[in-house]
Design a protein around this ligand. Structure first.
Ligand code: NFS
Length: 665
């Protein structure tokens, strides 16, 4: 084990490697060591186990074998995948639903500490939901938007409001395939019903409903969550922040906020600068209050408030292992139960806050948006009171700077300012071949593969190939930790064409678009690219590919599937949950490609992922009749070239740059 850690086989993150050594020295288990000790069940891993009724569980391990009810391998693997997608969509939907309730409380004046921070977004979202902004007050409009969002979650008939946001051609594809989502809840409910014992037993039909359910997430639950968060907490724009476990401070009260909803974390951020609380912290011998995020809560407050990030999913236990965390504050999703016994080995208090997420051994302080400031203050005081109990700490020094905060609104703005913002420059760069294509590398960490490694290998290779990289979730934090989200990364990693574009606009070559629900920002970017002109008329026409190379959660499956249903070739790593059935693997790739234009593949070899994606991007370019990718055409201008030529006399520089004849010739 020691050798493995030393070789960084478990992680690409130096801070994590350091903390894993400490875990080992203290004899404490982590997800990394548990993953070694617990091999995946080979039957469940590729979807061949059915436990949907009490005649089983049935394990289909022999050719031609069926379950007790006669269910085939194809039906069972398809049902398992559909259920996982429904669970993922439910997680995102329920998160969005809570934000709708928060906006409702704000509109009614019942949520002290919150307000509509982005009224422009409120007006835009209202229009997208079919509400006429007219001359209504912000409060009145917020009320209508909240009500309409709630109605979308519960709607049983018709189409989700945001369906009309997709390119026209995409809407037709959905209509023809019969996958246009009606509401959020209804699709999840129907998937659970169809996959109940004895209902839908045609894998193709089950998988079609899985597409519809995923669409109700992407163009429903998650998209609403993103929009409502922007209305309440502000639409992100670039900011500078520090990332990795080194953000924890030896001399300050460290509060780590972990989970997914921005509602609680935003108010904790606001309260942490309260002079009274800072004075209280000082009275206990601390220099102040230091907040740091983990997972998607981190992404939410990183991109909006520049709150430092202690890292991604697999960093959560290691933050506690530093011994420097007074409180780990959690809400929902991706929170390991192992945090509770681990926290008890240190002075750290683990505080759960959601009525939906209790953990035995944690302190539960229930969050209620109607009295958020009081609750936040109570939690911060508790952390301060815990500071004197700290008994030695070992904070790794690894730390990186990052520039997160690329909402699609900002991407539009950055290409021309307030008056001429548009997607034209980006489309032109793709058309000309400066940018070969774009990839989204998103999703989780998984201790079954080296932490962050595939995220980073893919990102660097795509940059070298002039492919623009956009990221969210834990994938985004992987790149942030490795310094890829800085302008300088374009010089170091990007190919000549992409480098020129990054230089001209002044952006990193890897754009951080937010948390996992913010994958919907990528849908919006793709829609804008598809409708701007020159790159076809549909998302499926674009030279783009999606990735979740280290996925582990059901949410990731829902996200991947809504990208497929939106027309995107999507590649997942680690292992396939439908690997037990060749037929179902074919249905979600070739079958879905025929039906909706996108396909889902599970590929474990990163090199193969890369090559297949580049081939796909080039094929889409060819179908659009764009110039073939040729990097030798670029790189003759821009800051980089200027730097190269810096040492030359002016005349020679002009010859190099513009082909002017050398002086005296
Ligand atoms: Ni996404 Fe965010 Fe991370 Fe995976 Fe979990 S934090 S919602 S599920 S692990 S990316």
């Amino acid at each position: 084990m020691a050798e493995k850690i030393a070789n960084h086989n478990w992680t690409a993150d130096a801070a994590v490697a350091e903390m894993l050594e400490r875990a080992q020295a203290l004899g404490l288990p982590t997800a990394f060591s548990r993953a070694q000790a617990m091999k995946p069940c080979p039957i469940g891993e590729d979807g061949r186990c059915c436990k949907n009724c009490n005649m089983g569980p049935c394990r289909l391990v022999k050719p031609g074998q069926t379950g007790v009810c006669g269910a085939t391998l194809e039906t069972i693997t398809a049902r398992n995948l559909a259920r996982a997608i429904a669970a993922g969509a439910a997680a995102h939907g329920d998160h969005g639903l809570d934000l709708a309730f928060t906006l409702l409380a704000v509109a009614r004046g019942e949520a002290p500490g919150y307000e509509v921070r982005d009224p422009y977004k409120l007006v835009n979202v209202a229009a997208a939901l079919g509400i006429q902004p007219d001359s209504k007050s912000i409060q009145a409009l917020a009320l209508e938007v909240a009500e309409k969002a709630l109605a979308n979650f519960g709607q049983m008939r018709g189409d989700l409001s945001y369906v009309t946001r997709a390119p026209k051609k995409r809407q037709e594809v959905w209509r023809r395939a019969g996958v246009t989502p009606r509401g959020v809840t209804v699709e999840i409910m129907e998937t659970l019903h169809r996959t109940h014992m004895g209902t839908d037993q045609d894998p193709e039909s089950i998988l079609r409903q899985a597409l519809r359910t995923a669409l109700s997430d992407g163009w429903g639950g998650s998209m609403l969550a993103t929009d409502l968060s922007d209305i309440l907490f502000g639409t992100p724009s670039p900011t500078v922040a520090k990332v990795n476990l080194g953000v924890l401070k030896d001399d300050a009260v460290n509060i780590v906020i972990h989970g997914h909803e921005p509602t609680l974390s935003e108010i904790v951020v606001a309260m942490s600068s309260d002079p009274e609380l800072i004075a209280y912290a000082r009275s206990k011998g601390a220099s102040g209050i230091n907040l740091a995020g983990i997972c998607c809560t981190s992404n939410e407050v990183l991109m909006r408030q520049g709150v430092p990030s202690a890292g991604n999913f697999l960093n959560q236990e290691l933050a506690i292992l530093t011994g420097a965390v007074e409180v780990m504050l959690v809400d929902i999703q991706c929170i390991m139960q192992a945090l509770a016994p681990l926290a008890q080995r240190f002075h750290t208090k683990l505080i759960t806050t959601s009525p939906k997420a209790h953990i035995q051994g944690a302190t539960h302080i229930e969050f209620d948006e109607h009295r958020a400031p009081d609750i936040a203050r109570q939690i911060i005081r508790l952390a301060i009171d815990n500071f004197p109990n700290r008994n030695g700490s070992a904070i790794p020094t690894a730390l990186a700077d990052a520039v997160p905060g690329f909402s699609h609104e900002y991407i539009n703005y950055m290409q021309g300012g307030a008056y001429r913002g548009s997607f034209r420059p980006l489309n032109d760069a793709v058309i000309a071949g400066r940018i070969r294509g774009a990839v989204g590398i998103v999703g989780c960490n998984n201790p079954r593969v080296t932490q962050d490694q595939t995220h980073l290998d893919l990102a660097r290779e795509f940059l070298k190939n002039d492919v623009l990289v956009v990221q969210t979730g834990c994938g985004a934090l992987a790149s942030a930790k490795a310094g890829l989200m800085l302008g300088e990364a374009a010089f170091e990693y990007a190919g000549p064409g992409l480098r020129e574009v990054c230089e001209a606009i002044g952006v990193p070559p890897v754009l951080h678009l937010g948390s996992c629900v913010d994958n919907t920002r990528i849908l919006t970017v793709l829609t804008q690219m598809a409708t701007e002109g020159g790159l076809g008329e549909d998302i499926a026409d674009l030279p783009v590919v999606g990735f979740a190379p280290e996925w582990m959660s059901e949410k990731a499956l829902s996200i991947g599937t809504y990208f497929v249903a939106s027309g995107v070739y999507t590649i997942f790593g680690v292992s396939s949950p439908v690997g037990g059935s060749e037929e179902v693997s074919r249905l979600i790739s070739e079958g879905w490609e025929k039906l909706v234009g996108g396909k889902l593949e599970f590929i474990t070899d990163p090199e193969q992922m890369l090559q297949k994606a580049l081939a796909h991007i080039d094929a889409k370019r060819a179908a659009l009749k764009l110039a073939p990718y040729d990097p030798s055409r670029w790189g003759a201008s821009g800051d980089w070239r200027m730097r190269e030529l810096e040492g030359l006399p002016l005349a020679e520089r002009l010859t190099e740059l513009y082909g002017l004849p050398p002086a005296g010739a």
